[in-house]
Design a protein around this ligand. Sequence first.
Ligand code: ARG
Length: 589
Amino acid sequence: MPSETSKNFINHLLSSALSGLKLTSYLDVLDITPPSNPDFGDYSSNAALILSKKLKINPKEIAGKIVDAINNIDLEGKLESVTEQGGFINFKLSQKFLLNNLGTIIDQRDLYGCSVLGEGKTVVVEYFQNNVAKPPHVGHLRSSVIGDCLLRVFKSQGYKTISDTHIGDWGVQFGILLYAFKTMKPDMEVLEKDPINELNKLYVAMSAKIEAQAELRDLAKAEFKKLEDGDEQNRKLWQLFVDESLKDFERYRILLGVLPFDYNLGESFYEKHMPEVLAEFQEKKLITKGETGELYIDLESFGLGRCILVKSDGATTYHLRDFATYLYRRKQFNFLKNLYIVDNRQSHHFKQLFKSLELAGYPAEKDSTHIDLGFMSLPEGAISTRKGTTISLENLITEANKRALKIIEDKNPDLENKEAVSKQVALAAIKYFDLSHNRKTEIIFTWDNALSFEGNTGPYLQYTHARIHGILRKSRNNTELNAENAERGFPRLSASDSASFRDTELSVLRKLIQFPEVVTQVSQDYFPNNLCNYLFELSQTVNSFYQEVPVLAETDETLKSFRLNLITATAQVIKNGLYLLGIEAPEEM
Ligand code: ARG
């Protein structure tokens, strides 16, 4: 079962020391981080600096007292040192502790990095959100890939997860599409073969017509109104659009290798709930009638303008559907957290949503989060399917596969199942490109950046993992591991062995111990790029380790076993980390 992380251990020491000093009321100041200079230790706490301000005592004096208190605790040899430096308290883990953790990784294997923090708690993650009758483009990648990663991270921390795509299947755009379908008469044969692209063409053509001839908009709106009112023909056509799109979305899900979704509750699903939501808001006296008959919630005093629920022509809004969505999820799933992974152009929308719900008595500002994403654009400007400035997801994946296959053919022409591996490498490049950017930053998509295979990239991590497996394969051929060793790994150093390790070996051990806390952190702040950075640093650390130190050529058998265990554990952590990113880890490439 998952063990205590080293960070928890240090936190625990600090809080015991503070309570020994009768300073428990300051426990909330505890925040330990790796120090800027790794020579100082593995973790550093600024507790003394904060306490000194509050208590008006010299920080060195408090730090000294805390250090003494910690030294009085039975540390079971887990710490090499705890010292004060410029008011900071620095902790250095002992070699024994680091070695124990190495054993833990080898024992826990795929479970290393898991925890039970989320046990008994439910989190709803909404992502993907593709729109019906439109082909997804590169801009849709972020929400899918980041959502999939967060879902995996939550699962690893023991949460019950609910994933929902919340597809865009309602709104005036369906009036436009219906009107186009009826008046422009699509080619049924093409429609049969390639429905989504054909429907999209119709939509684009009709939008252009409307731009030139504004009065057509009313005709399109009327088609949506008929749809809302249950007109049989419109419902039937709409259902056809939705069914074809769902098939297409599933195809993309598989192409992208993201986990299956629990729900595809589109916006239309909430149609039937809207009257009760309106009634509830009316009853709570939150609704104002505007000059032209529109219904809105007044959020002016919060600087959030007006949140419109029903337009003056009686049409319901995107906002209203989102209120219904929140209330439905709350009742149905009893979530602790409800997360929307959506780009930052909708920040205002979510602020309005959460604030209005608070006014209605729901804790939405606490239990719901808009995980905002920077927007992706092309060097020539915004992505727009309508204007034809777009790169489809399909093209991106095809091109990535081509490039990956070529590289593998150059570098490892004898590799078995080249096609399958190149697909794994291609997806790694695409996904990591998105995941490794801070999610809030705007990204300008270029082919060479998105499909890069060197430096801080998915393929580089895969390569590091495969290279370790290459060494392990060789060592197995050389040493004829017996069955027990093959199962348990190589003979281990016992923690009492006082082998003296090289710095580069210790650096790998120290990096390995951070993995569980990095994963936990992602489950709390929703920044997968920190997991990417961690895995990149781990890979660099292990790569410089075996540039400096012989593994297979080592003649001391104990040291050799230790090093084989060290790289086995590193490969395991890279694999576990890649799994959380939604990236596969081939053993050969
Ligand atoms: N389909 C929407 C769009 O394309 C995004 C949905 C975001 N989620 C939500 N619950 N409003 O803009």
